[in-house]
Design a binder for this molecule. Structure first.
Ligand SMILES: Cc1cc2nc3c(=O)[nH]c(=O)nc-3n(C[C@H](O)[C@H](O)[C@H](O)COP(=O)(O)O)c2cc1C
Length: 346
């Protein structure tokens, strides 16, 4: 059988994301502009620091999730299986990549199912794009099917206008998107999370989404993977302006957090998160959970599962040390610690 365009595109994305050519070149996630306030009289007992938290009503060992990446191709099944084993080993949540392909036919359904099969009881997130949500005439049935396919604890809708705009076969047509998100939130009990893919979600956009009934915002800001770069390389084009387009992850977290006083929602920090310091700064700035995509894919393709498990554990050793040095005994405590802007130091 001929491979569908969706499957072919997914394959290109994975291949391109294995190189670093698709990273932002000049823009960063912004966390280097902050420092922790060292607490010289910490009395915290290092070994008793609790890094666990609750996400989608389930206890998870770390405030970290493996972000939505793949599914819908032959190689995706193997990748998703490995990622799910890592998630289960660490007891952290995991998202699947866009399930659009699963709506086209059943050929690759197993590449999505494999996640729940190997992830045990950890929270699993389904995923679908804004273009499909905006245009589908049977969106409620579609979303129900996708939730069932991965036994999802939440459904993620990714908003990616920049990517759609630059993708040769893109569909930058989101008319009706927010109305449909509102409909989904009112008809489906499973919580809805909206995420970007690397250009960030502003406070204004987040407010509109929360008013529509969304329960989680993953800012997925600029500073990590540039999806404009991915699509420009795919079509042999260059555009240095749009390649660097987007709101930095730290800016989005800081601004979207302000909505916490009016709305009850989970704030996820992603976009260029690649070490324990970025994770800790995300939480101190107001995120509930953090997430990484491309770096995890690269590590899982290059190394065995144990290596990736140890890598994420090493990030959380750094987080534990930071909690100790800032006098915090757990994540809830740490969320209130705040950060110092670097210019205040000098
Ligand atoms: C290979 C790959 C495929 C991706 N596919 C999806 C997807 O299908 N749905 C989605 O919401 N995000 C997708 N993303 C975006 C990531 O979830 C994330 O938002 C973005 O890459 C920024 O995070 P990073 O800087 O840690 O890579 C993908 C990322 C990668 C690396």
């Amino acid at each position: 059988m001929q491979e569908s365009n969706t499957s072919k595109r997914k394959k290109d994305h994975i291949e391109l994301c294995l190189s670093d050519n698709v990273a932002f070149k000049t823009k960063t996630n912004g966390f280097e502009n902050y420092e922790f306030e060292h607490f010289a009289i910490t009395e915290v007992e290092f070994d008793k620091i609790d890094l666990s938290t609750v996400f989608l009503k389930k206890k998870i060992n770390y405030p970290f999730l493996i972000s939505c990446m793949t599914g819908g191709t032959e190689e995706a099944e193997n990748i998703n299986e490995k990622l799910a084993v890592v998630a289960n080993e660490l007891q952290i949540p995991i998202g699947v990549g866009s399930q659009r392909q699963a709506l086209e036919d059943k050929k690759y359904h197993s590449s999505y199912r494999v996640v729940r099969k190997n992830a045990g009881k950890v929270p699993v997130l389904g995923n679908i794009g804004a273009a499909q949500v905006a245009k589908s005439k049977k969106i409620i049935d579609d979303i129900r099917l996708l939730i069932d396919l991965v036994e999802a604890d939440a459904m993620v809708i990714h908003v990616n206008p920049l990517q759609e705009l630059l993708q040769a076969e893109g569909e930058p047509e989101f008319k009706g998107l927010v109305k449909n998100i509102e409909k989904i939130c009112s008809k489906i009990k499973t919580p809805m999370i909206v995420k970007e893919v690397g250009s960030g979600i502003s406070k204004k956009a987040a407010k509109r989404l929360l008013e529509a009934g969304v329960k989680g915002i993953d800012v997925s800001g600029a500073g990590g993977t540039s999806w404009a770069a991915v699509e420009l390389i795919r079509s042999n084009k260059a555009d240095s302006y749009f390649q660097e387009w987007g709101l930095s992850t730290s800016y989005c977290v800081r601004k979207v957090k302000e909505l916490k006083k009016d709305f009850n929602f989970t704030l996820i920090s992603s976009g260029g998160i690649s070490n324990g310091v970025d994770i800790a700064k995300s939480i101190a700035l107001g995120a509930d959970v953090t997430a990484s995509a491309r770096i995890i894919l690269q590590e899982v393709m290059k190394n065995d599962i144990n290596y990736v498990v140890h890598l994420i554990q090493s990030w959380f050793l750094t987080v534990r040390r930071i909690l100790y040095l800032t006098g915090c005994k757990d994540i809830n405590n740490f969320k209130k610690v705040g950060l110092i802007r670097k210019e205040e130091m000098y």
